[in-house]
Design a protein around this ligand. Structure first.
Ligand code: ZN
Length: 267
């Protein structure tokens, strides 16, 4: 009994010793600093998750509503909706393409094209189309910067990580600092573009639906109440979706920073 207790304490001491060595030995204690920074990042991710009230289950359910899906079928085809909204925004030069194979719609700034994904069965389609149309009228300089910078950011992450792992980068703190600044710039631009489009899409989609029933007065299939029902759901999606999108952007940047800090701490 005494012997096994002795063994156990020896084992624990050995483990503590190993941990101490792992944390302090390399790079004159720098590993400890990386571990502190990683822990702070993890704490902030948890705090932001709570503060932004992210509810993953609610997010998944947000776009599901068979009754509204059926109702929204009474509006025109996606491409027609998109062209009407673009006309309303005085931006008819944008190219509109439908891509049934894709799950996410997007606006490509470089080619000035809106790609509409396979969303014809969901009631969220009018809001999604309005969202992409709103991207197309955003500050062009910012859109181009975002497109180029997103690629540079991803590429930098891979290059810096590989060079650090292979020992080419010696000053890991300098590159950690550069990458944190790069992440901050990426976050602020993306966050502005998305929040701007999401906030306005709710109202633009409602305006489109109201105009549609106004111009199709003989069409009794959709009533003002139906439009109100759909618009209320768009509002609900935004209440959940805007903070969730902000958090996801923050999380994506933070996770890259954490991965780099782990790589840096291992060398
Ligand atoms: Zn967007």
């Amino acid at each position: 009994m005494i012997q096994s207790k002795k063994n156990l304490s020896f084992c624990i001491l050995q483990k503590i010793n190993y941990l101490q060595k792992f944390v302090l030995e390399k790079n004159g204690g720098k590993r400890m600093e990386f571990i502190i920074l990683i822990s702070i990042m993890v704490v902030f991710i948890i705090v932001m998750f709570i503060v932004f009230n992210v509810n993953i289950r609610e997010m998944r359910k947000a776009g599901e509503n068979p009754e509204l899906d059926k109702l929204s079928q009474k509006f025109p085809e996606n491409k027609e909706i998109c062209q009407t909204i673009l006309k309303k925004l005085n931006n008819e030069k944008v190219k509109v393409q439908e891509n049934e194979d894709k799950q996410a719609s997007l606006y490509i700034a470089m080619t000035d094209t809106i790609l509409i994904a396979n969303i014809k069965n969901s009631y969220t389609r009018i809001q999604t189309i309005a969202h992409e149309c709103l991207h197309s009228i955003q500050n062009r300089k910012m859109l181009i910067f975002n497109f180029i910078y997103s690629n540079i950011y991803m590429l930098s992450f891979i290059i810096i990580s590989v060079l650090t792992l292979s020992g080419v980068i010696k000053d890991r703190w300098l590159f950690a600092g550069i990458f944190i600044i790069m992440s901050f710039i990426y976050y602020i631009v993306r966050s502005f573009l998305e929040t701007d489009a999401m906030t306005k899409a709710e109202f633009l989609a409602k305006e489109y639906m109201e105009d549609y029933i106004e111009t199709k007065k003989e069409n009794r299939e959709i009533t003002r109440e139906d439009v109100e029902k759909i618009a209320n759901e768009y509002k609900r999606i935004n209440v959940i979706g805007i903070p969730a999108t902000q958090f996801i952007l923050f999380f994506n940047c933070s996770i890259k920073i954490i991965i780099y800090l782990i790589i840096a701490s291992l060398k």
